[in-house]
Design a protein around this ligand. Sequence first.
Ligand SMILES: CCCCCCCC/C=C\CCCCCCCC(=O)SCCNC(=O)CCNC(=O)[C@H](O)C(C)(C)COP(=O)(O)OP(=O)(O)OC[C@H]1O[C@@H](n2cnc3c(N)ncnc32)[C@H](O)[C@@H]1OP(=O)(O)O
Length: 194
Amino acid sequence: MSGRTASLSPPAGAMPPVRHPEAPAPGELLGSHYDQCFGCGGAQPHGLHLEARAGEGVSLTAEFRVKAAHQGAPGLAHGGVLATALDETLGSLNWLLRVIAVTGRLETDFVRPVPVDTVLHLDAHVVAVHGRKIYSSATGRIGGPDGPVAVRATALFIEVKVDHFISHGRDAEIKAALADPDQQRVARAFEVNP
Ligand SMILES: CCCCCCCC/C=C\CCCCCCCC(=O)SCCNC(=O)CCNC(=O)[C@H](O)C(C)(C)COP(=O)(O)OP(=O)(O)OC[C@H]1O[C@@H](n2cnc3c(N)ncnc32)[C@H](O)[C@@H]1OP(=O)(O)O
């Protein structure tokens, strides 16, 4: 197995993550941060419809069922789709920190092929936080939550403000998001005032 990229190792002075006091309780579904999100959006017909549940501390579990539309090779999940599932799972940790953060770096190991119709059982946790930098890792297993590891990821997320989306997102979607009461509720959950 290869070593990790240095930039994915928390530096000296990094702190253990702190679960937000109002984070969803362990076992609670986290919900989607945006209903059009390719990873978790319920209104996104092309999406992965990944569902994540809060765990203890700053950890969570998630499930993703591989569909025929997710194939790379015949009958097997595309690696990029699996990387997306890992990215989304790691991004969902935002709910537990109540911090908005985007992926800066994502390193993925593909350990076993993942057949179509398989449920990928994911778990993720934040390893450490250093200023705006959030170091996290995730594992995906097949055949059950305790089954063999199929994929792994290590990531660096960077905290951003809501302005990140407002200044970079396409106007039409930003306007719709700002006008959507559900999206406002999500923004409030992150203690953001759009
Ligand atoms: C309208 C209303 C909406 C309301 C919505 C509210 C709720 C939303 C809730 C939750 C949303 C979560 C969504 C999750 C979705 C799943 C996750 C994704 O797929 S996210 C998409 C993919 N990622 C990107 O598109 C990032 C693109 N990149 C950037 O925008 C910038 O590069 C950014 C923000 C990541 C950093 O830019 P800088 O200018 O702010 O900061 P700098 O100074 O460059 O970096 C800060 C520190 O991080 C390190 N860093 C940055 N990128 C790095 C990298 N790639 N590798 C290593 N280190 C990196 C730097 O070296 C620096 O470190 P040193 O402070 O100096 O120690």
